[in-house]
Design a protein around this ligand. Sequence first.
Ligand SMILES: [Zn+2]
Length: 726
Amino acid sequence: MSSARQGGPVQPSSSVWRALGPDEIQVTGGLWGQRQRLNADTILRHCETWMERAGWTGNFDRAAAGTIVGGHSGIEFVDSEIYKLLEAMAWELGRDRNGDLEARYRALTARVAAAQEPDGYLHTSFGRPGQPPRYSDLESGHELYCFGHLLQAAVARLRTGHDDLLPQVARRLADHVYDQFGPRGRAGVCGHPEIEMALVELARATGEDRYLELARLLVERRGTGTLRGHPFGQEYFQDDVPVRAAVTLRGHAVRALYLASGALDVATETSDDELAAAVRRQWANGVARRTYITGGVGSHHQDEAFGDDFELPPDRAYAETCAGIASVMLSWRLLLATGEDKYADLIERTLLNNVLASPRADGRAFFYANTLHQRSPGMMPDEERLSPRAESGLRAPWFEVSCCPTNVARILASVGLYFATASDSGVQLHQYGDYRVSAALAAGKLTLQVASAYPFGGTVSVKIIEAPAREVTLRLRVPGWARGSAALSETPTARTPGHAEIRRVFRPGDSVDIAFPDGARVTYADSRIDAVQGMFAVERGPLVLVIESPDLPAGWSVNEVTADPGSITDDGHGAAIDVYRRSGATDEWPYSPKPSRREGERTRAKLIPYHQWANRGPGTMRAWLPLAGSRDRNEETRSGDGKKQGLVPGEGHPARAEPERAQPAPVRSGHGDYPERVPLTLPGSVALPGKVQGPAAEPPSGESSIGRSGGELGTGAARSTDGCGR
Ligand SMILES: [Zn+2]
């Protein structure tokens, strides 16, 4: 059957911008094109193979055959990994139907469907004689959580044009859950939110309002004490405060962000302005106080949770990959609902740094936790065994709790759907890369091709392929990290620091170019982020740069260097910087009455994009660099204005003059300081001096550059004892 209307992962019934489906937007190349090919060619198969081998897929066969009791493999929520893989496969099939993926998808779906019980229930860990009874452990059993992932997989199948087996399974399952937990059912919620947003999306995709009603009930019940006490406290699963009363994102990060996503979906569909405002407030406070510079969230290893405000230690950063993906999901909903550019800014930062760091360059290993400072080289994980989730400093092929690889697979397969939106009057480009958009507007179809070297180069070219004969509006986001600077090839009809609009009659062959500041820049943290005081980060475009031990001389460690922010040069991909090695022996007592800086040898070190680190074997890495430049260093250092001078702590770096929320200082780069290079900050009419450089080729080795700005920082984490949901 092929009848369903196409769309993206989130299709609100009303929104400022309309989300596009896979028939309307396709990634055509560049960094994301490379990652989508990696996903299609390697990651999907990798997930299938590991789950088959671990016996997780076989759980469905054993459940169907009546032999599952005593023979279940994996933790109680491994069903969800098969569902996330099915979702990833569905989006990939919506993107490219070549090859044998459809056959693999159908075979896997059939195995899942065979395990569904006559009343619609479908879980391999509960409910059979010899297993815990159904819904006997809502706190940590993850039944509704797993169901939610199945529903989302079914929505992906519907939105890619197929109303077949999995959507049928999903409807039966959702009907069962409605009976059990709906208005006449049990007043309970799942310890791990997820099903809320899935139910809303299934309601949107099928038109069945009962699913929305159930989602609303589940959101309203949370925070009212229906869950038994958790060892980490009720905040862990957001049962401490009702959603509409909560001030910030808190507790287990993935849970918090999935819940906020579901709450916003409910608010949107029920016109609940108070609930929507509560979610916006939580997002704002979470971003301003609890987010790492990479967009990662969650500084606690023990409970995989948000820390306190400004508790963002780089070397203890947990910043789980799934939490980054969940953050993207929430920000996307808020972007559609409000049209505000800041949500696209966080999506960009999080995707290009936190999320993209997870898969290894070969697509066969993943980070679960995403630290910002790796102090010791770590151990190569055994590539034949399941790894604990955050044990090693290196990516691992598969985990005992393996929520992250399948989450990476589904976001990569669908990532292009987050790049642009449409309205009756035009198209809005929120993310840059290489992709094609073809959207039906009130005036007719607008088709355009976006080309760029993004995120490695700051010039984007938009070529019109097909356009109505009437005026339409092309809206281009100006990333937060560009701080309002952008040069356009024609005068915009409207502009703000966050976007520029061009409204006119476009003709096939027309092109609009926009260029953002190139070059590396220095970023400082809010003084309340204690763990990184006296340090700075380097960013380049939307990418956070890091120093990694393979780029230091033999015998040097990232743990013993200081660096000079006045010495940064841009290399077109990353940057280079002067770093100094600590001299002298370690003191018997590492504290003294005076600040101690002992900077000895100097070397020139390369900075690479954060997402590329740990692709060269065991090594150490840091994103936050301790400031060099003290009086006790005998050397002169080249300052930002090109004159030689000795730098004094706190001097020579304008950004440090502002203790609170310091602004990044312009940095000398190979391309000059960007404020001079790109003088046109959307206020006036904008014409590029000369022709905008054409889009660059795909970055070397399919990898590339750096971060965004927006501004939060963070760090720190450690190891967890608890998983995606325990
Ligand atoms: Zn995860």
